[in-house]
Design a binder for this molecule. Structure first.
Ligand SMILES: *Cc1c(COP(=O)(O)O)cnc(C)c1O
Length: 377
């Protein structure tokens, strides 16, 4: 531990030294059950052997050449991202926020001067464009002035339909709001957004940074909602623990960016791309995705039975529950320090559970039992 980190995070007094699958170990040798996955990153589990091997192999071959050239891992990953989703073009980034920055620039260039409609409760990252798309007072207010041209509305079909007009360049939203506590947008809201964008020549962008890569029980979250966006962003789980993000477009937006429009030194580098290809091999698997859906149902049913739980929400293995009181931060701390269970409070009342997607039924039950022990006490 150190005094030399700027205090942007209220860190817990735990230092992790090792991880394997759903388990973590701290510097005192304690073993933890991880139901957060580094915030939806370690979806293949910690140090998945295939991912570690891909990193090792590629690290000994080529680490970096930059984006003026092709490399085989980058080429294969672009193909895999596009063919598994919207079929258009890919722009690689180092993070989710950067993937959203790329999406914002893309839709602005596509309809120059246009507004971008976002919804309350949404979260798209901490850089200026992504923050401007994140209409949360506490996160935005200290950093004004923000990027102009964003319009925030309630996440309802009526509000979106009323707000989107001929000046709208895009609607950008998460189909399930992760940082706001796993708030599922209704299919009617997503259909209204699609219809409004179509009626006014705007682009529909889904931020799948958290919902993507199998988290909700299909490779992409949009596959379950009956609405196809014009572009999506992904990051978090994509690199299996290494930093990588991507903007993926459909056909319509494929030709918007031209040489010189956007760029970055590192993205899509050989090592992160090799890791992501190994992650795809694990997660883009029908049997695994079926087990994510079944595991989610099992987890939610068990959580419903816990004392003091007011509401359970989720899809696949992206879940949260509300407590009747404001004890979620305290419960998170006690889960970590007393029960050696890693969970996350998204607010005073809400606990979010994002286990690795390879979690077993026994481990799902074990996590609920550990939470139950705390809630009953
Ligand atoms: C985490 C997250 C981001 C930001 O990603 P970073 O890699 O932290 O920049 C953006 N959108 C959503 C939906 C997220 O969950």
């Amino acid at each position: 531990m150190t005094e030399h980190l700027l205090p942007t995070y209220a860190r817990f007094p735990v230092e992790f030294v090792r991880g394997a699958g759903t388990r973590l170990w701290d510097s005192d040798g304690n073993e933890y059950l991880d139901f957060l996955s580094g915030i939806s990153v370690s979806s293949v589990g910690h140090c998945h052997p295939a991912v570690v091997e891909a990193i090792r192999e590629q690290a000994g071959r080529l680490l970096h050449v930059g984006n003026l050239y092709f490399t085989e891992p980058m080429t294969r990953l672009a193909d895999r991202l596009a063919t598994s989703s919207l079929g258009g073009g890919v722009f690689f980034t180092n993070s989710g926020a950067e993937a959203n920055e790329a999406a914002l620039k893309l839709v602005r260039k596509n309809k120059q001067g246009g507004d971008i409609v976002v919804v309350h409760g949404g979260f798209h990252g901490r850089t200026y464009g992504a923050l401007s798309a994140t209409p949360q007072e506490a996160k935005q207010a200290p950093f004004a002035p923000l990027v102009p041209g964003f319009r925030a509305v309630e996440p309802t079909a009526a509000a979106i339909t009323q707000t989107v007009d001929d000046r709208t360049a895009a609607v950008v939203l998460e189909i399930i709001q992760g940082e706001s506590g796993v708030r599922i947008l209704g299919d009617d809201v997503l259909r209204a957004a699609r219809a409004a964008c179509d009626a006014h020549g705007a682009a529909l962008v889904f931020d799948e940074v958290q919902t993507g890569m199998g988290r909700t029980g299909t490779l992409w979250g949009y596959e379950q909602v009956g609405v196809v966006p014009d572009a999506l962003t992904t990051a978090k789980a994509l690199g299996g623990g290494l930093p990588i993000g991507a903007l993926v477009t459909g056909e319509k937006l494929r030709g918007v960016f031209e040489p010189g429009d956007h760029g970055s030194t590192f993205p899509g580098g050989p090592v992160v791309a090799a890791a992501a290809l190994a992650v795809f091999d694990v997660l883009d698997d029908d049997a695994l995705l079926a087990s994510v859906r079944a595991g989610g149902e099992r987890l939610r049913a068990r959580l419903e039975e816990l004392p003091g739980v007011a509401e359970v929400r989720g899809r696949g293995l992206m879940n949260a529950f509300d407590l009747a009181d404001g004890s979620a931060p305290d419960l998170t701390r006690r889960a970590l320090l007393e029960q050696r269970l890693v969970v996350n409070a998204t607010g005073p009342r809400t606990i979010r559970l994002l286990p690795p997607l390879l979690v077993s039924d026994a481990e799902l039950d074990e996590a609920v039992d550990r939470l139950g022990a705390l809630l009953a006490a």
